[in-house]
Write a new protein. Sequence first.
Length: 483
Amino acid sequence: MSNLIQGKTGEWEIVIGLEVHAQVIAKSKLFSGSATTFGSDANTQVSLVDAAMPGMLPVINEYCIEQAVRTGLGLGAKINLTSVFERKNYFYADLPQGYQISQQEIPIVGEGEIEIELPDGTSRNIGIERLHMEQDAGKSIHDKHPTRSYIDLNRSGNCLMEIVSKPDMRSADEAMAYVAKLRAIVRALETCDGNMDEGSMRCDVNVSVRKIGDELGTRREVKNVNSIRSVGQAVDYEARDQIRMIEAGEKVTQQTMLFNADDSTTRPMRSKEDAHDYRYFPDPDLLPLVISQQYVDAINENLPELPDAKKHRFMQEYGMKLYDASIIAGDKPRAEYFERVAKGRDPKLSVTWVTTELMGALNKLALSIDKSPVSSEQLGELIDLISDNTISGRIAKDVFAEMLDTGKSASNIVEEKGLKQVTDTGALETLVDEVIAENPDVVANYQSGKDKLFGFFVGQVMKKTQGKANPAIVNELLKKKIG
Ligand code: ADP
Ligand code: MG
């Protein structure tokens, strides 16, 4: 568990629902042919439609529909064969249309469910309320000039999927695990790149608190939280602040909050508006969106293996524990790395070396697996050396540390440093005899019933071989001689 606030804080229960905006991976925008490349020069990807020139007509991008349906299927959700685009009216300097085309009454995707895994090794299901498609707005830029603001419309009209959860989460850890799982799913589907630092996935965090057993409390909504860590911190701050308010006799009012990543606090941005404030109505420029069941089925048949399916397969095929499996299966490069290592090798060794040794080392170095100094082929070779008894598991750890440092191959290091395991029974027997002769007192103690001393003899033989003796042979010889 993290040290963030957890589900039951005394008599208080935290309730969290998340709205995640995920930008669809598509070459062009939802209703125009402009490009969507991230980081392009300002206002170089803006068509007359995106700039909302009078009389322009939106034309829907079929590829975006397919991506939304794929995502819905990946969330195990109901796909609505008819859905309706509506205008959500509001004023923003970076929204030249004066409204956003979104879906309100009938979204393209209805209810679904995803499974999340928690650091304590348990898992839970979290309900999905809906997924709808909508346009992104442009961006106001306030830090380029002392007295002027600028507007970049490159993002205007990009296709977003808004994925709304049910208020099913009960702790900061659950909220973070939910976002991580959602990101793993869209990445596996390749419908969104999930890069929160580039804004292609952003999260509105709704938090309320209640006494256990009571009705839902009034929520506050923290806008545009853009990392998983910040999601946890926003929940933490909101829960503490709301509990403090209620305990002081104040009332929580429905508000929209801003998150400040510098000190992990939130502050009010505006009083929260309700759906009717936006005067939603069906966009007269767009017909209802009608798709066929065959179209949905065809997309369904081509879905890749999703993180949950992969997770369960890793548990069955390789005997991974639930949490390890979710960490490996939840990240495509990690899963691919692991499967390259495990192919044709001992499952148990492969799991330990990837989940414990490699992941541990990468965490320490703060490196992602695609930047690993040890490739899957190199790690595989190291495991082969353990499996064929060339080196012991103990020595393998030293070799691995050296591999991380130097990038050299396992066999080179073993060769250079003369680390080959001693499996010559004759040579080992001589050493065992020496150890016994040198320690008559310990032998006597051991034979009088102090079983634990057995390890001492193994250790002494290891010392004489700089750790290179084959432990199984040493054990066997010692048992024969003194056991
Ligand atoms: P809006 O779009 O106006 O923000 P929604 O009804 O779509 O409102 O709900 C948005 C999110 O708020 C959903 O994820 C939902 O689960 C969550 N939510 C609703 N009520 C509560 C509550 N009392 N506490 C925490 N989260 C809530
Ligand atoms: Mg909202």
